[in-house]
Design a protein around this ligand. Structure first.
Ligand code: ATP
Length: 238
């Protein structure tokens, strides 16, 4: 890796009662890289991402972002992380702008920057014209863009997107990919999960494949496909 390291994960493990969800996961992501996290349902992707996003405590292991330990300094690292969950809780009677305004305040964005911070993410995700619409009236694609806008509100260095393309039609998926390309061009670092390789392949510099809570492959797309042909690893290619 030639880029400076932004994210360094070492020996991360997490169990829920008897279920070992994540086991000894280690990887690094360089600044400006787009990395795909692929694996079947239950492989441990969401649990890994939630630990990276400081939403879940690991049983063991460490996570460094820009060299800062996320467990010891959660308040320092949170503004550096943009988190997009795979499940959106519908908020009734809240407009697109009100929703983003709420998250901007939650991130302690100062009053003088609040309006421009919300306007910037509305512009980037092309939701400006929908800013007064109630968010439970948005289409799936618009809702995904709103979730991305929310993740971008603190202008984070690292974006963690959990299954962002799930349920999108081909047009919305293409629009989402274009936004990822733009974010990469702006120097952002991204970790994006899916269980379908085609949702990740074109966007990603490298791919991490998880199975049964562990990483079994970390490399480029062609080496992943080559090993899948040999082993029949459980993920969808198309
Ligand atoms: P999916 O693609 O279905 O979202 P995933 O790869 O994201 O799957 P996880 O959601 O991380 O996988 O789940 C990994 C394992 O941990 C599964 O067996 C799941 O049932 C279990 N698990 C995850 N969260 C919890 C929880 N809060 N309580 C109990 N078990 C959990």
């Amino acid at each position: 890796m030639t880029e400076p390291i932004l994210l360094e994960v070492s020996g991360l493990s997490k169990s829920f009662d008897q279920v070992k969800a994540v086991s000894g996961v280690s990887f690094q992501i360089g600044k400006g890289q787009v990395v795909g996290l692929i694996g079947a349902n239950g492989a441990g992707k969401t649990t890994t991402m939630r630990m990276l996003a400081t939403l879940e405590l690991a049983d063991s292991g460490s996570i460094l972002i820009n060299g800062i330990n996320t467990v010891d300094h959660p308040h320092e690292v949170r503004p550096l992380i943009g988190w997009m969950p795979d499940y959106f809780h519908p908020y009734k009677n809240t407009s697109v702008r009100e929703y983003l305004d709420f998250f901007a305040r939650a991130y302690d964005i100062p009053g003088s920057r609040l309006l421009s911070a919300v306007n910037e993410v509305l512009d980037f995700t092309e939701l400006g014209e929908l800013q007064t619409r109630l968010i439970n009236k948005l289409s799936k694609g618009q809702t995904q863009r709103l979730c991305l806008a929310r993740a971008l509100i603190s202008d984070p260095e690292l974006l963690i997107l959990d299954e962002p393309a799930a349920g999108l039609d081909p047009k919305a998926r293409m629009e989402f990919k274009n936004l990822v390309h733009l974010l990469k061009a702006r120097g952002k670092t991204l970790l994006i999960s899916s269980h379908i390789l085609s949702e990740l392949g074109e966007m990603c510099d490298s791919l991490i494949f998880m199975d049964g809570g562990s990483i079994v492959h970390d490399g480029d797309k062609s080496s992943l496909l080559h090993r899948q042909e040999e082993t029949g690893w459980p993920f969808e290619v198309k």
